[in-house]
Design a protein around this ligand. Structure first.
Ligand code: CO
Length: 632
């Protein structure tokens, strides 16, 4: 064992130790499973006090699901000293959907006489080719939801194992499945809709003649990449950081700093996607309940797939594996889960002096740290970029297959959905992500200002009516720090440290730049999803750092009634100025499906930037050497 740093990634040995200790303590009764085993990251003060060479005591948090009821056990296990240091029963909450239970839902649904009858009514006798997707159920007041952890199962028809089932939704049949007890509660048949007949396969053999391939584009770095990886610590072009992997958040970045004047200046203490939700905008019992929390109910980490060199990632790639725990408490390693590489991104800066004709240009380059989660029908690629000019960016790439519905082509097409194939429509929906950004700009004590760039009032001081400029509003308390984007005002949020000044006497700062258009949640404030995913009702929330405030919709979003997380914490209206602040940025896309999104969707982008604002005294990329090999 023996971790070298408190933030080292969770290891298989630590998973094994945690399970052994829990079993020895009688915490794993027959039939129990582990929803997760994650590193219990040390509190910030403990981390700050830790010095290279100090002993490292590793603690994990385990969530035990003892049985089918809504009773959970949260345990903290010191895996260094092999002891349970804390255990707490949690009543009335549900873990994320169990993987084993989801598989059971698929098999046991197919054996239920009511389901067999519903399929027969639709002319489906052979259930081998029926694809069943268990979905998180949300909270809609069905009797079946009460006191149970359930999934709502919907069905699709495949021609064979390799077919794309989403071409043929089996409309109208919803199964309520008790995940804990492994039984079908009810099969609800809303009536038969014709099953579409066209296939929607996208493999080489199915798409017809292929276009002429473009000429080879080789990305080679004959001297290797410019970054170094030591354990989970990465160094590149003055940047340094650590990475880890969480079953719900996926990739987590820690302690992002930039070397400047001989010291590493902290910028971000911790950054991740802490939650996300996909609310569907179509009313009614068939699809109106679809509000998947793909982070909290499924898990962006748990759904991560191994990446393939030359396909997912091109060039000089370094992969990192992700170690999690399976539900039996054994190590579960996703190989090549995290991709590290450099990308040329055009120019960083350039000028031709027209007086002298002299020409200076520098190439821009970024370090890319990425992973891709496949959550059922959808893919989410998360790409963190660090640039040579001090900019940090998160770009999310959305692709995969839309979850569609069937309709009778003899009638009108459905509202709140777009026809993408004969008899197939894709409902409108949103993908709302919530990034938890614990910024420490040159230290923990920061303040957040909203910056709007607006026209100055007319008057003597603005006689030509041309004046405009930035107007800063201090977000002094949590109650006022629940904000939305305002593109017409170029709105950004500046996180500054007044105690540290740059060479011009200005407080050092980074700003959160929305950079791309983003909606907030469109569902009404009284809707189930607005209560449960309140984080998405505002683009920005700011809270003072608290180690237990990790998940913006609470620790247990599955079938939650809502109110947990940000809406609860911020009721205290805690002060924010010159405090260790955490930014919660909710962003995403409202997806009005296009025919071009079918059968598999071209990547759609969303994301944000973190840019230095007076963090440096001048362009920090001035010292880039000219690209001597090619020009100059
Ligand atoms: Co979409």
């Amino acid at each position: 064992m023996g971790a070298a740093h408190p933030l080292d990634m969770l290891t298989g040995d630590e998973v094994v130790a945690a399970t052994e200790v829990l079993k020895a303590a009688g915490e794993m009764p027959e039939g129990a499973f582990l929803a997760h085993v994650v590193l219990d990251e040390p509190a910030k003060d403990a981390l700050a006090a830790w010095k290279e060479g100090d002993p490292v005591v590793r603690v994990v948090r385990a969530l035990i699901v003892p049985g089918p009821d809504l009773s959970l056990v949260e345990a903290r296990v010191d895996v260094t000293n092999r002891t349970v240091i804390e255990r707490a029963a949690v009543e009335g909450q549900r873990p994320a959907l169990g993987m084993g239970e989801a598989v059971m839902a698929v098999f046991l649904t197919k054996e239920h006489p009511d389901y067999i009858a519903a399929m027969k009514k639709r002319g489906i006798e052979d259930l081998d080719n029926v694809q069943i997707d268990p979905w998180p159920a949300g909270a809609f007041g069905y009797d079946a939801e009460h006191g149970r952890r359930i999934a709502r199962c919907i069905s699709f028809l495949r021609e064979n194992d390799a077919d794309n089932g989403y071409a043929r939704p089996i409309e109208g049949v919803i199964v309520h499945f008790d995940m804990g007890r492994g039984e079908v509660i009810e099969v609800i048949d809303h009536g038969v809709t014709p099953i579409p007949s066209a296939h929607a396969r996208y493999d080489v053999d199915s798409v017809g003649p292929l276009r002429t391939a473009p000429k080879p584009l080789e990305i080679t770095q004959p001297e290797g990449p410019s970054f170094t990886v030591t354990g989970n610590r990465i160094e590149w072009q003055k940047w340094s950081l650590r990475v880890s992997f969480d079953p719900y958040e996926g990739l987590v970045l820690h302690q992002i700093g930039y070397e400047d004047g001989g010291r590493v200046r902290p910028i971000v203490h911790r950054a991740s996607i802490a939650e996300m939700v996909v609310p569907y905008g179509i009313p009614g019992e068939l699809h109106g309940w679809k509000n998947a929390f793909d982070a909290g109910e499924w898990g962006l980490g748990r759904m991560t797939q191994s990446l393939e060199l030359g396909c997912d990632c091109l060039g000089e790639i370094t992969y990192l594996d992700a170690t999690m725990a399976n539900e039996q408490g054994e190590p579960w390693v996703v190989e090549n889960a995290i991709c590290l590489h450099e990308e040329d991104v055009g120019i960083s800066w350039k000028h031709v002096d027209l007086w002298s004709g002299s020409h200076e240009v520098r190439r821009n380059r970024r370090l890319v740290i990425s992973f891709i989660a496949t959550v059922g029908n959808y893919e989410y690629g998360f790409y963190w970029y660090l640039y040579v000019d001090g900019t940090i960016q998160l770009e999310v790439k959305l692709t995969g297959i839309m979850s569609p519905m069937a309709f009778d082509p003899a009638g009108d097409p459905p509202e709140h959905a777009v026809v993408v194939a004969p008899g197939v429509a894709a409902p409108v929906h949103q993908h709302m992500f919530c990034a938890r950004l614990d910024l420490d700009v040159d230290g923990a004590a920061n303040r957040v200002e909203e910056i709007d760039v607006v026209a100055a009032p007319d008057g003597e001081a603005n006689a030509w009516s041309n004046a405009f400029g930035p107007v800063a509003t201090l977000l002094d308390r949590e109650g006022m720090a629940q904000r939305s984007v305002e593109p017409s005002a170029s709105r950004s949020w500046k996180v500054s440290n007044p105690a540290v000044r740059n060479g011009l006497g200005q407080p050092v700062a980074y700003k959160l730049n929305p950079h791309m258009s983003t909606p907030t949640l469109l569902a009404g404030p009284e809707s189930s999803v607005a209560r449960r995913a309140t984080f998405a009702r505002h683009n920005l929330w700011v809270t003072p750092y608290s180690p237990d405030e990790r998940r913006p919709a609470g620790e247990y979003p599955n079938q939650s009634q809502g109110g947990e997380g940000l809406p609860t914490w911020t009721q205290a209206d805690r002060p924010l100025t010159d405090t260790d602040v955490v930014l919660w940025y909710s962003f995403g896309v409202t997806h009005v499906p296009r025919p071009e999104d079918w059968p598999v969707m071209p990547v759609e982008l969303t994301g944000f930037l973190l840019q230095p604002v007076g963090f440096f005294d001048r362009n920090p990329a001035l010292d880039l050497p000219p690209p001597q090999d090619h020009c100059g």
